[in-house]
Design a protein around this ligand. Structure first.
Ligand code: SF4
Length: 689
């Protein structure tokens, strides 16, 4: 056995908090993991998922070599085949006949390479990401209100606020270290905490007020708040659209929230009486067919009162994935261009094309995730490359997505795991390095860019995703544009492009790092963007300047829409979400036995009255179904949920629990502005199994 090596400073691969980690190799292929006391996201704290990372490394379940048609192949053979099939498909059917579906788990350098290949060289914007399922409505809401996809505030705002409102966010389970920071601030300075959530989640343990509002009524609640802000004379700003937004708010009736008047009054009093207020929101807001309007209803209240971009004040979208923000920075979605530039703006497209020396630039937005898999289904997309994600489990109507993949002419999957519900549908499998084996950067929810560092040797023949993409690009004839010698060069190019974007008015500009050397990249400390000292201590908009053409913020008149109604045949509205100790489809967290001790199998939280009516005892099995699919779940009888509104977690797959996939039940309805699917809501029937 070799002697242990020194700790390496890296970053957790799970949620958008982006905690710093000290990873110490044990010399035998394993790791011990502790929190990095110097990382400004967590100051040494880790949650149970991050703490268990050392138990998830190793070769178990890994994809160790390329595979074609189920048989091991050489890298050259596999990359040649991918490049040839993509070239042939493009030649026969045009650039929009191919697509990539990528992930907020990718490092920024991987994400950058994929977007450069698709948008600048293949010439199609058919590249979307599982971040579409996570926070696309926040992006759309930000752009409508601010003129840019900018998160205004910082984590320390939660510690400096007098009141923190958490909307559709189970922070205690989904962003545990940020929750720990908030709980510590509450103990130290008496921060008031409000939780707005139909379900009584673990986060309610520190809440002064829990509002169990009717599912889908968030925009009603914030419109009522805005009307009361006006009535109390607290409107202090004059954003564009103020009068229209106030009129829409005044016209909103309170009944739809299902909340008693006293609770509404308490909420409004707390919000209006707290100068320093932060409204944190997450998937409970975003994952809705009116998610963008909900986001804007929240932003409206902050914009009308000027409570934004100053210490302890502002709306705050917390992202699910570790690099959802980095993905946005490279233009990782079908509707974006690199560095927060606009794909529909010809000047922006021209600038990026010039910078890349790109032969054919995508001229229009591509297909968003749900539409992309519809296009696979009906044959418009004939070759698809899926990287670092498991859409046969995580997409709405997941069975339909799996059938679409099974019928697709050519499916490539890059993954570190050999067998998932998606890899088994691939024609070509490409082994990718995973956390601990790769170098790169991620951006967390407060715009802080941190390094992930290689600690272990790659498993088998696994390669970094940026290098795999560059290998295919070279075989398609574009080797010079993808001839990076390491991730530092990719990052330096991304940073240089951000300077071009900054000159065009983009908020995202890290061009100070454009000349970064490999040595400096190795030593890179976590840093916030923007880097301009003029920017209010790292915050945006406290100076009243926004990225709209007029420089003023925009309020949006929101007419709340109720969710799709239930029916006699499908009388329950199923809510979905995460559990504390698992991540996504469990390909990594499922490897740590202690993480499965918390909740060991897929379950259905059911109110006691519903359980009694259905004849379902605690721990019985229930069949949950609708026309889209069916899941078999263990019944957990609890009054955490309201009658008629059961809850089930998203993590289990057909690989880990037969009939445990909950997203087979979720319809493909999307928000009209963002294209984000309404993953939080499915109308279902329930009966004993
Ligand atoms: Fe990792 Fe998020 Fe836990 Fe931090 S809070 S250790 S980033 S999972």
């Amino acid at each position: 056995m070799q002697s242990p090596r020194p700790a390496v400073r890296t970053t957790c691969p799970y949620c958008g908090v982006g905690c710093g980690i000290l990873a110490t190799p044990d010399g035998a292929g394993g790791l011990t993991v502790t929190g990095d006391p110097e990382h400004p996201a967590n100051f040494g704290r880790l949650c149970v998922k991050g703490s268990a990372l050392g138990e998830t490394v190793g070769l178990k379940g890994r994809l160790l070599a390329p595979r074609i048609g189920g048989h091991e192949a050489t890298w050259d053979h596999a990359l040649d085949l991918v490049a040839r099939r993509f070239c042939d498909t493009i030649a026969a059917h045009g650039p929009d006949s191919v697509a990539m579906y990528v992930s907020g788990q990718l490092l920024t350098e991987d994400y950058y390479a994929a977007n450069k290949l698709m948008k600048g060289f293949i010439g199609s914007a058919n590249i979307d990401t599982n971040s579409r399922l996570c926070m696309a409505s926040s992006v759309a809401g930000h752009k409508r209100a601010f003129g840019s996809d900018t998160v205004p505030g910082l984590y320390e705002d939660l510690e400096q606020a007098d009141c923190v409102v958490l909307v559709g966010s189970n922070l205690a389970w989904c962003h545990p270290v940020l929750y720990q920071r908030l709980a510590a601030a509450r103990d130290a300075r008496g921060t008031r905490v409000v939780v707005v959530d139909p379900r009584r989640t673990a986060t309610c343990d520190i809440a002064d007020l829990h509002l169990p509002l009717a599912p889908g009524s968030d925009a009603v609640l914030f419109n009522l708040l805005l009307a009361e802000i006006e009535r109390r004379g607290l409107v202090s700003e004059k954003p564009e659209g103020l009068d229209e937004a106030l009129a829409a708010a005044r016209a909103t009736l309170p009944g739809a929230t299902g909340l008693p008047h006293s609770a509404l009054r308490q909420f409004v009093d707390l919000w209006c009486d707290s100068d320093r207020i932060v409204t944190v929101y997450s998937q409970g807001v975003n994952q809705s067919d009116s998610g963008t309007d909900k986001v804007n209803a929240i932003l409206n209240c902050h914009l009308a009162t000027g409570r934004i971009g100053r210490p302890g004040m502002g709306p705050f979208s917390v992202t699910g994935q570790p690099n959802a923000m980095g993905g946005r920075e490279v233009g990782g979605m079908a509707t974006m261009l690199a560095c927060h530039l606009d794909i529909e703006n010809p000047v922006h497209r021209g600038a990026v094309q010039d910078f890349w020396q790109a032969p054919r630039m995508a001229a229009k937005p591509g297909l968003k995730a749900v539409d992309m898999f519809r296009a696979v289904e009906d044959g418009r997309i004939k070759a698809l490359w899926i990287i670092c994600t498991n859409p046969a489990v995580s997409m709405p109507e997941a069975d339909r997505v799996a059938r679409a993949l099974a019928g697709c002419d050519f499916v490539v999957v890059s993954d570190m795991i050999a067998r998932t519900d998606t890899t088994r549908l691939a024609h070509v499998l490409l082994p990718a390095t995973g956390w601990g084996e790769k170098d790169g950067t991620v951006t967390n929810s407060e715009r802080r860019i941190s390094r992930q560092r290689r600690v272990l040797a790659p498993a088998g023949q696994a390669r970094d995703d940026w290098r795999i993409i560059a290998g295919v690009a070279a075989r398609m004839g574009w080797g010079d544009a993808f001839a990076w010698d390491g991730p530092a060069q990719v990052f330096a190019e991304h940073a240089a492009l951000s300077g071009v974007a900054g000159a065009l008015g983009s908020d995202f500009d890290i061009s100070g790092r454009a000349g970064i050397t490999a040595t400096d990249y190795d030593l890179l400390e976590p840093f916030l963007w923007p880097q301009s000292a003029a920017r209010q201590g790292g915050r945006f908009f406290g100076d009243g300047r926004f990225h709209t053409p007029s420089g003023r913020a925009r309020m949006v008149a929101v007419a709340p829409r109720p969710p799709q109604p239930t029916s006699d045949g499908h009388p329950f509205r199923l809510n979905t979400g995460r559990v504390r100790d698992q991540w996504h489809t469990m390909t990594r967290t499922g490897l740590a036995p202690r993480l499965s001790r918390h909740l060991a199998e897929p379950f259905l939280e059911l109110h006691p009255a519903d359980a009694a009516r259905l004849g379902l005892a605690p721990a019985a099995l229930a069949e949950v179904s609708n026309p889209h699919g069916r899941a078999i779940l263990r019944v957990l009888v609890t009054d955490r949920v309201a009658p008629g509104h059961p809850f089930a977690p998203i993590h289990w797959t057909d690989e880990t629990a037969s009939c445990g996939r909950v997203d087979v039940l979720v319809p493909g309805a999307v928000d009209p502005h963002s294209g984000q699917p309404a993953l939080k809501s499915a109308t279902v029937a329930i009966r004993p199994f």
